[in-house]
Ligand binder design. Structure first.
Ligand code: BYC
Length: 472
């Protein structure tokens, strides 16, 4: 490929043009990325102009530029948050030492593994969502889907930049492998469970953005505390984009809840499906599924991996520097949920090995705040129904609860009870078929599918009937 002007093609604040070795690595990777994007990115819309934001700087007041772009021409940039002069390592055995600007040799493999695991989720989510464009409930939503997709692409660039800039040949090999694994592929699956699930419809998409992108927020926030400064700075900037993805999820589910309530009120009925909406019990089952899949992403409740990441100074706690303790955690304890026979109890475990559970606690509290806002919508319609998060032990595949069956309200139950009730708790084939039947594209500017309320406002102060995607 002919050399390209990277400052022009790839907005960046990492002096790309000054680093010839890195430039060469990225020049080799870029066409492979584009090939992957064309094969595995949004299907059917590659040539359409989409009203997208592009990161063009890290300026808190104006880092984004909005304009029409064809997705393969999106300027996937590389941005690190501004360096903090004199930044130190804020936790673990290296507490108080200057933050590393280069990979610490003894932790190279562990750090690479963390970066690859993070990086792997980004293209995975694009693959999971690639068919959704065909059934979008509005142009506004279609644009939001593509915004999320191109930014996940940018987050892949962010991780590939770190791999190529700091891990030499190994890093380049990992960068290639990130484009070779495929979500849901039996032979070369994505690394983490949730990223091999299907996202077959828009209710699933909004749930994914609410629950799974929120895992992204908490994992990125923990990596943003890293003593490896380039990773910390990269993750800090990624978090600014992640906020929009969670907004898409929360507001998307909120608008479906709102529409369900409107139908219930208007027709004085609980039979929301009869009038083409998604009923609240179905929404609850989707919550149960997506929440449980995302809870697995935090790993085991008791994890020596997590303890090592922390002690090595590679991955901190959520808001590490705001916490007032010794930031070494060798002596402390933390309360962890666990199994005692057929009961779920709490137990004090060493603080270090409990770090996954602690992050999961932060995450659950954040999810609950969002669910409370959905319940406010229901309440404001005078409807007596409360959406809830399932118990942390429900339908888990990783950790202490993986071997048992737990009900959404947190009881260890028999296989027989599970068999008798799981259809009440998880989306059934009928639910999926019904939700699937609603997935008819609505592409006229300003129009919405019947099963979702319009958004409160448009994107970047544009009106709701703005032509967010030019399908013409
Ligand atoms: N699926 O001690 P354990 C995002 C493996 S999302 C499959 O329990 P650990 C995004 C684990 O790898 C954020 N395997 O857990 C969102 C280990 O394998 P090895 C992504 C799993 O290591 C939406 C073994 O089980 N970022 O950004 O303490 C759209 C025992 O591990 C799973 C990160 O995850 C699973 N769910 O913690 C786009 C941050 N869970 O080593 C993007 C980086 C565990 O024995 N990753 N295993 O072969 C990490 O910090 C850690 O790898 C984990 C696991 C928190 C995931």
């Amino acid at each position: 490929m002919a050399s390209i002007d990277y400052n022009e093609r790839i907005p960046n604040n990492v002096d790309l043009t000054e680093n010839r070795r890195l430039l060469r690595a990225l020049e080799e990777w870029q066409p492979k990325f584009l090939e992957w994007w064309k094969d595995m990115g949004p299907e059917g819309f590659q040539a359409k102009e989409v009203y997208l934001r592009t990161a063009v700087s890290v300026d808190a007041k104006g880092w984004a530029q909005f304009d029409y772009t064809r997705m393969p021409e999106y300027r996937w940039g590389i941005f690190l948050a501004e360096p903090e002069p004199g930044r130190q390592i804020n936790f673990g055995d290296h507490l108080g030492q200057p933050a590393w600007q280069e990979v610490p040799g003894e932790y190279r493999g562990t750090l690479r593994r963390l970066i690859v695991t993070q990086g792997d989720t980004e293209p995975a989510s694009v693959e999971q969502q690639r068919h959704l464009g065909r059934t979008s409930p509005s142009l506004y939503d279609l644009r939001n889907l593509f915004q999320v997709n191109v930014e996940e692409g940018r987050h892949l660039w962010a991780m590939v930049y770190i791999l190529d800039a700091h891990f030499g040949r190994d890093g380049r090999e990992e960068s290639e492998a990130l484009l070779q694994r495929r979500s849901g592929d039996h032979d070369k699956p994505r690394i983490l469970g949730a990223f091999n699930e299907r996202t077959p419809d828009w209710l699933s998409f909004f749930m994914f953005c609410f629950f799974t992108d929120r895992d992204g927020k908490y994992q990125l926030a923990s990596l943003a505390e890293s003593g490896f400064d380039p990773l910390s700075r990269t993750c800090r900037f990624m978090l600014t984009e992640e906020a929009h993805h969670m907004f898409v999820g929360e507001s998307g589910v909120g608008r479906i809840v709102q529409r369900a309530c409107e139908i219930m009120r208007e027709h004085k009925t609980d039979d929301v499906r009869r009038h083409g909406g998604v009923d609240l019990p179905t929404i609850q089952r989707y919550i149960n599924f997506h929440c449980s899949v995302s809870l697995d992403l935090f790993g085991s409740e008791v994890s020596t991996n997590a303890a090592n990441f922390y002690t090595m100074g590679l991955k901190g706690r959520f808001e590490e520097t705001k916490k007032k303790d010794d930031h070494r955690l060798k002596d402390g304890t933390y309360t962890v949920a666990t199994l005692a026979g057929d009961r779920i109890v709490t137990r004090e475990e060493g603080a270090l090995v409990s770090l996954n559970e602690r992050l999961r606690d932060d995450y659950i509290a954040d999810c609950q705040r969002g669910v409370n806002r959905w319940n406010e919508i229901i309440k404001s319609h005078g409807i007596d129904f409360t959406l809830t998060l399932p118990h942390r032990g429900f339908r888990r595949a990783i950790g202490a609860f993986a071997e048992v069956k737990v009900s959404p309200d947190g009881r260890v139950i028999s296989e027989a009870e599970w068999d008798a009730h799981h259809r009440e708790w998880l989306p059934t084939a009928e639910d999926e078929a019904y939700v699937g039947s609603l997935m008819q594209p609505v592409t006229e500017p300003g129009k919405m599918a019947n099963w979702i309320a319009p958004p409160a406002r448009g994107i970047n102060s544009r009106p709701a009937d703005f032509e967010y995607v030019r399908l013409g």
